[in-house]
Design a protein around this ligand. Structure first.
Ligand code: SAM
Length: 320
């Protein structure tokens, strides 16, 4: 089990500069970021709609590990009523709050402030602190908890993963949803395991790299541990903090303890097909968000085939 330093995670995210639109357009991963953002929009839209079908027109939402507030506009479009944002990185959280205040000022100028959700912001290590103790309204109940691209940080240890899932689920209303996006552990492990001998334990393509920490274990053919399976990730040459593989069947099992049942899980390519099929607006939004990169014909296709999906197993679940 790896001991992750939570300050390291906070420092990393606090130090990521807020880039302007012009900078972002120049980025090598401009389209990839937009595509990820589109996927989040579709997912959030889908579950707000499900709630609406169940009679909840204006949802109460927990944005767990909200970052700089990249999803605030989605909550506005979804006409939610109340938002609680929590993150370990104070600087990111402050940027999230600033963005919300700007939205509120604009809404006031347009005399539409009653249309905008109310919000609160909690700075906390959500894999350690029990959020319920920090809410302004102690008995608040959420219709939706959204944890985007973040849950895997808590899989450093069983205790941390359990606390994060407790925060996600314990204040959900019956019939509420927990939605999220996270790295595909099976895919990552496949790429790592099949890396060429001269870069054992490390996979890289033209935009990202993943390096498994326990190379010795890998060389002995050991399966990743349930918790603390650390890997290092870089994207567009930015080195990220250590992240952890999340074995999905384990996540499902832990969530069952909170009486949660799986609605669906999908890899992004499948989700792309589903969202385009299910939603009339999805295709238009894809264009407006510039979420598809014109195919770089001169470049080699850089896709490692998935191969045998069963190769990523972990030790049997011996959860305490
Ligand atoms: N959810 C946001 C989004 O989709 O734009 C941010 C995603 S960013 C990749 C990961 C976020 O998780 C960072 O803001 C980081 O500070 C936060 N995070 C990581 N570990 C955390 C923890 N233990 N408690 C709270 N936030 C955490």
């Amino acid at each position: 089990m790896a001991a992750v330093d939570p300050d390291h995670v906070a420092q990393h995210y606090n130090a990521v500069p807020e880039k302007g639109v012009a900078e972002r357009v120049k980025s090598r991963i401009f389209y990839l970021r937009n595509f990820n953002n589109w996927t989040k929009s579709m997912l959030i839209g889908e579950f707000l709609q499900k709630l609406e079908h169940n009679g909840i027109r204006h949802a109460t939402v927990l944005d767990l590990c909200c970052g700089k507030g990249g999803d605030l506009l989605k909550w506005k479009i979804g006409r939610i009523e109340r938002l609680v944002c929590a993150d370990i990185a104070e600087v990111s959280l402050a940027q999230c709050e600033d963005r919300y205040r700007e939205m509120l000022d604009r809404a006031k100028q347009e005399r539409r402030q009653n249309d905008l959700f109310t919000a609160e912001f909690i700075s906390a290590d959500c894999s350690k602190k029990r959020l319920r103790e920090a809410y302004e309204q102690k008995d608040i109940r959420f219709d939706l908890c959204s944890c985007q691209f973040s849950l895997h940080y808590s899989f450093a240890s069983e205790q941390q993963a359990r606390r994060m899932l407790q925060n996600a689920c314990e204040s959900l209303k019956p019939g509420g949803y927990f939605i999220g996006t996270l790295p595909d552990a099976a895919r990552i492990f496949h790429c790592i395991k099949n890396a060429p001998a001269d870069s054992a334990g490390k996979y890289a393509n033209s935009v990202c790299s993943v390096e498994y920490e326990d190379k010795e274990g890998l060389s002995r053919g050991e399966q990743p541990p349930l918790f603390g399976a650390a890997f290092h990730f870089t994207l567009d040459e930015v080195v990220n903090c250590p992240e952890f593989l999340v074995h999905f069947p384990l996540l499902e099992k832990l969530l069952e303890e909170w009486n949660m049942e799986l609605v669906y899980k999908m890899r992004f390519p499948e989700a792309f097909d589903k969202f385009l099929k299910d939603s009339k607006e999805g295709r238009g939004l894809l264009g407006r968000m510039q979420a598809l990169e014109p195919y770089p014909a001169e470049e080699e296709e850089d896709v490692t085939p998935m191969g045998d999906k069963s190769e990523y197993k972990t030790a049997e679940y011996n959860l305490s």
